[in-house]
Ligand binder design. Structure first.
Ligand code: ATP
Ligand code: MG
Length: 421
């Protein structure tokens, strides 16, 4: 068995430098969401396949083509979750939370879709999502958009994205629109791209999303969804747009934005970017007033978003010059094994008294080799202790990234020097 083992296609290792970027993105979501008093929920990665068939609709790509489903040992059908909203809604129903608590929740974790892997599209990817149940007013739509805006601002990415927003109305409006669209497209069936031809019978509204130019030209004369949407929904949508303008959140109303899942109603939104290639959506969401009922709960309005952490990380690395990645601030060296416990004491003091990241040199070796390791670590300082330092309760501090002269200071004054830098 000398063939090298590799990750499964579409699944990848996130190495430390990228991992730090992922953590920063997740931590920013966590902190902004907690500032809006959203609570974390942790959901299973494996669910009954049935949950997604019912919740997402069997005609959506995520269910019909992309689901990682398999049989358990007792032959029940399971699936790796392709997204978080259905699980979240299931949890709400199971714990009878929606009515009493009007929960505002968030989750983070891996999602699985059997897609064609390419830059920005993986079979395992990471999402952070938020959902609010029990709210029907436009202010909650606005709040969720504001949350994502705050996160993207914090990450320095707001200039790199465009917020697209649309109103797709309720199920009745969409059904009438769907019929009108199919009637209009039927005569053009053979001119459509092959994906759109399939969708014409299964999920015609997704044709609006087609990237095919010929299909888009045909669509120019098609009936418009907004002509089918009721007055109440239109008014609500106008209110959201008003709040966004007032908060100076830039948006574009995008008629073609319909979203992939069947459960959406009324407002849908998506942040796209032109800086990471074809997989341009970094975060998407919308209202899904029918979902809880669909899963057996009392009718409860719901709304949420899911952000693609992999794509936001990609956007960050494409658009921002990274301060070169470092994991260590202080590299600690004992001149000989005799100073091991003295050096441990030094490390303890730095870790307790600062937020600096301290790495102790653990292997025996010559001083020259230890210093090379110190340099390679990216640390700002090497803190060195030999016999005389230990006897006098001193440390030697060497600046690794500047010409400053090495300094010998008493242990009690060490933190002051490190903090002053
Ligand atoms: P797309 O149109 O790119 O397939 P989607 O409509 O399927 O996206 P959602 O289900 O709304 O995406 O998921 C929300 C976000 O999760 C997307 O905007 C994207 O950033 C991210 N995402 C979705 N699928 C993938 C994937 N296969 N790999 C990486 N990120 C993904
Ligand atoms: Mg998709």
């Amino acid at each position: 068995m000398n063939q090298r083992l590799k990750p499964v296609r579409g699944m990848r290792d996130i190495l430390p430098e990228d991992s730090a970027r992922f953590s920063l993105i997740e931590d920013t979501f966590r902190s902004v969401l907690s500032g809006y008093s959203y609570e974390e929920i942790r959901l299973p990665i494996v669910e009954s396949k049935n949950l997604f068939d019912r919740g997402l609709g069997e005609s959506t790509d995520a269910v019909s083509k992309e689901m990682y489903s398999f049989h358990d040992r007792d032959s029940s059908e399971l699936a790796l979750r392709p997204e978080g909203t259905a699980s979240c809604a299931r949890a709400i129903v199971n714990h009878s939370m929606a009515h009493e608590d009007k929960p505002r929740l968030w989750y983070a974790g891996p999602m699985f879709r059997h897609e064609r892997p390419q830059a920005g599209r993986y079979r395992q990817f990471q999402q952070v999502g938020a959902e609010a149940f029990g709210y029907s007013g436009p202010a909650i739509d606005f709040e969720l958009i504001q949350i994502v805006t705050n996160v993207l601002e914090s990450l320095g990415l707001i200039e790199s994205v465009t917020l697209l927003i649309n109103n797709i109305g309720d199920a009745t409006a969409r059904a009438r629109f769907r019929d009108a669209l199919v009637n209009y497209l039927n005569p053009y069936e053979s001119d459509l791209d092959s994906d759109s031809r399939t969708r014409l019978h299964k999920n015609p509204m997704r044709i609006l999303d087609s990237k095919n130019e010929r299909t888009q030209t045909i669509l120019e004369g098609a009936p418009k969804l907004k002509e089918f949407v009721g007055d109440h929904s239109t008014e609500r949508f106008e209110l959201i747009l008003g709040m966004l303008s007032e908060a100076q959140i830039a948006y574009e109303v995008a008629d073609q934005l319909v979203r992939g899942f069947d459960y959406y109603t009324d407002s849908v939104f998506e942040w796209v970017t032109d800086q990471i290639g074809a997989q341009d959506a970094v975060c998407a969401g919308g209202r899904y007033d029918g979902l809880i009922e669909l899963l057996g709960g009392k009718p409860t309005p719901g709304i949420g978003f899911a952000a693609g952490v992999d794509r936001i990380a990609l956007l960050k690395s494409e658009t921002q010059e990274d301060a070169s990645y470092r994991s260590t601030d202080v590299y600690l060296i004992a001149l000989s094994e005799d100073q091991r416990s003295y050096v441990s004491e030094i490390a303890k003091r730095i870790r307790q008294g600062t937020n600096l990241r301290v790495r102790e040199h653990t292997e025996p070796g010559r001083m020259g080799s230890k210093m090379r390791w110190a340099d390679k670590s990216g640390a700002t300082w090497a803190v060195i202790a030999g016999e005389s330092e230990e006897v006098e309760l001193n440390v030697s501090i060497k600046w690794l990234r500047s010409d400053r002269e090495q300094l010998r200071v008493p242990l009690v004054g060490m933190l002051e020097v490190l903090k002053a830098a």
